[in-house]
Design a protein around this ligand. Structure first.
Ligand SMILES: C[S@@+](CC[C@H](N)C(=O)[O-])C[C@H]1O[C@@H](n2cnc3c(N)ncnc32)[C@H](O)[C@@H]1O
Length: 263
């Protein structure tokens, strides 16, 4: 836990940019760099978070009642279980994160009943996650599963096989399961280069990928009719669509998402 405090954490910086309070000076320094030196960059976090919550809602509306949130991040003002349980009140959720700080806060704030678990695990070890007692208890693999990868694969290097991570679950879950992936998208603008550089410098990891590389992360799954698109434009709620500028900012172009259903 202490070692993590001497280095910024992805989860705490992301939470700080979204307005959260659980952070240390090292996280605040990185977050302030984004907010002050790259004004507007907070839209990456904001539009991603909104898209992840909308995707969770879409899955619940499709009848999915069990979810695994891969790299869930710190508790936020609105959380995945709150969104899905508005539609599926008995939905079961496993929140996964490899950051012990996230897990400690998550156990206090997210695991509100027996139907929700917060597990410390690495998404690069899907076999270990599947065998975890809480996953065995809450997830049944003969019923559709909703899988969320909200900017988590961006922290998996090529040689660590992000496609293989998604494919593991695709092979495991039944028909009508759904997978939502958001990812940093590479760009050539000054803002894109500065953001990618700062993320790598601060966290020692963080891959921005091209659209083709991100599509490849879906493995054998085919993206739905919306395809891969900037999170700001991924199925916006009618109210968001009305207020949103038709032209995306350079920041909004840098995070994209897509949904796929297992046939
Ligand atoms: C940018 S945050 C996104 C949080 C949330 N998924 C969302 O989209 O709002 C990325 C999260 O993934 C977690 N993470 C990164 N690499 C991971 C890994 N290999 N295994 C598990 N969690 C990971 C980080 O600790 C962080 O909480």
């Amino acid at each position: 836990m202490r070692a993590r405090q001497s280095r910024p954490s992805v989860a705490r910086v992301y939470s700080y940019v979204l307005g959260g309070r659980d952070n240390y000076g090292v996280d605040k320094d990185v977050g302030d760099y984004f907010i002050e030196d790259l004004p507007g960059s907070e839209l990456l976090a904001i539009t991603n978070r909104q898209a992840v919550l909308r995707a969770a809602k879409v899955m619940a509306q499709a009848g999915i009642r069990q979810f695994i949130d891969m790299g869930c991040g710190l508790p936020a003002s609105v959380n995945v279980h709150e969104v899905v349980r508005e539609i599926q009140p008995d939905a079961r959720l496993v929140y996964i994160d490899d950051d012990p700080f996230v897990v400690a806060h998550g156990r206090a704030l997210l695991a509100v009943d027996e139907g929700i678990a917060v597990v410390e695990a690495d998404i690069r070890d899907p076999g270990g996650i599947e065998k975890h007692a809480d996953v065995q208890r809450l997830i049944t693999f003969d019923e559709p599963v909703g899988l969320l990868f909200g900017i988590t694969l961006s922290f998996v290097n090529d040689e660590e096989d992000p496609t293989g991570v998604v494919q593991y679950w695709t092979d495991r879950v039944p028909t009508d399961s759904q997978v939502f992936v958001t990812h940093f998208r590479s760009g050539t603008t000054r803002q894109a280069i500065a953001t990618a550089h700062k993320i790598l410098e601060a966290f020692g990891r963080g891959r921005f990928r091209t659209d083709d590389e991100i599509r490849a992360c879906f493995g054998t799954l085919t993206l739905d009719e919306d395809g891969l698109r900037p999170c700001a434009q991924w199925r916006p709620e009618p109210t968001e669509a009305e207020t949103h500028q038709p032209e995306l900012t350079v920041w909004e172009e840098l995070v994209v998402g897509g949904l796929a259903r297992k046939p």
